[in-house]
Design a binder for this molecule. Sequence first.
Ligand SMILES: NC(=O)C1=CN([C@@H]2O[C@H](COP(=O)(O)OP(=O)(O)OC[C@H]3O[C@@H](n4cnc5c(N)ncnc54)[C@H](O)[C@@H]3O)[C@@H](O)[C@H]2O)C=CC1
Ligand SMILES: Nc1nc(=O)c2c([nH]1)NC[C@@H]1CN(c3ccc(C(=O)N[C@@H](CCC(=O)O)C(=O)O)cc3)CN21
Length: 290
Amino acid sequence: MDSLSTASAPAVGPLLEDFSLEMTGKDVPRLEEARDRIPAGTRINVTFLGNEDLGVRLAAARAVRQLGYTPVPHISARRLRSRSELEELLAAFRADGTADNVLVIGGDPATPHGPYDDSLALIRSGLLQSYGVRHVGIGGYPEGHPSIAGQVLWSAIEDKTTALAGQGLSGDVITQFGFDADPVLAWVESLRKRGIDAPVRVGVPGPAGIKRLMTYAARFGVGTSASIAKKYGFSLTNLMGTAGPDRFIRALADGYDARRHGVLKLHFYTFGGIGATSRWVTEFLAVEGN
Ligand SMILES: NC(=O)C1=CN([C@@H]2O[C@H](COP(=O)(O)OP(=O)(O)OC[C@H]3O[C@@H](n4cnc5c(N)ncnc54)[C@H](O)[C@@H]3O)[C@@H](O)[C@H]2O)C=CC1
Ligand SMILES: Nc1nc(=O)c2c([nH]1)NC[C@@H]1CN(c3ccc(C(=O)N[C@@H](CCC(=O)O)C(=O)O)cc3)CN21
């Protein structure tokens, strides 16, 4: 039965083509170990964690480039203390050859540490392109954000895409991870109806311990419920073991219609497990990618 339903199911291969990965500065050794399993040129985002310094972030982006991948360093607006800190960061990316692609993100501090309240302010600074940035990722929230109102999120994404186009920068949207593909597809449809046609990279967690997934979900205000967990493939009453995004990706492929949803790709949040994620993608594609 399962093999029959798999045979007639929509292919996951196209969604997984040109997938991207996310790592932190601490993951460089694990990236080196995983290099045989990650296609050359893959976009690899470097998270802007509050507990990592400039040197660690720069070294991670350099390592990504040196290993033959495309680094996408993140810049967190609210964590920057001054305009000169932004310029120092961008100048270093340019010097390292890692400035082409960045992702701008607001940042979790409730009060900005410096002059930039949000990622729009980074785009509007005009500094990105003057340091050689050509492509800018921005965040998307299919299930909303615990401390930002839905209407604010919609105007923010509209303003950011308009500002990017106005500055001659191309952009894509990377969504917050989640455990349910349905709200993602509905949200992408709303996005297209608002005239935003940038590629969307759907954020999914790589395979990880369920406890770990739940800890990150709670930390970032990502919703989970017994029924969503069940749909994803685990139980909230048994947090032992690991869970991967198999069912999520199949559900996404099932509901995906290029005319309604435009360009969709996948973005894996690896949460310390870039090796496990790259292994998982390789195996998943070998079985299901057609
Ligand atoms: N999607 C993801 O993977 C990640 C999301 N985040 C968090 O998502 C939030 C939004 O980031 P963006 O989408 O770039 O929004 P943004 O920078 O475009 O801001 C949108 C609106 O929300 C407000 N805002 C931004 N961050 C806020 C915060 N921490 N608390 C209260 N209001 C805030 C801004 O003032 C603005 O009005 C931030 O808290 C960010 O740290 C952080 C890292 C990764
Ligand atoms: N609102 C929000 N804020 C964020 O900072 C955030 C999101 N959402 N969504 C997902 C991304 C990915 N994020 C992260 C955060 C931490 C690690 C990480 O590896 N942290 C540990 C190592 C693993 C551990 O011990 O749990 C670390 O070294 O700090 C990875 C990705 C942060 N991100």
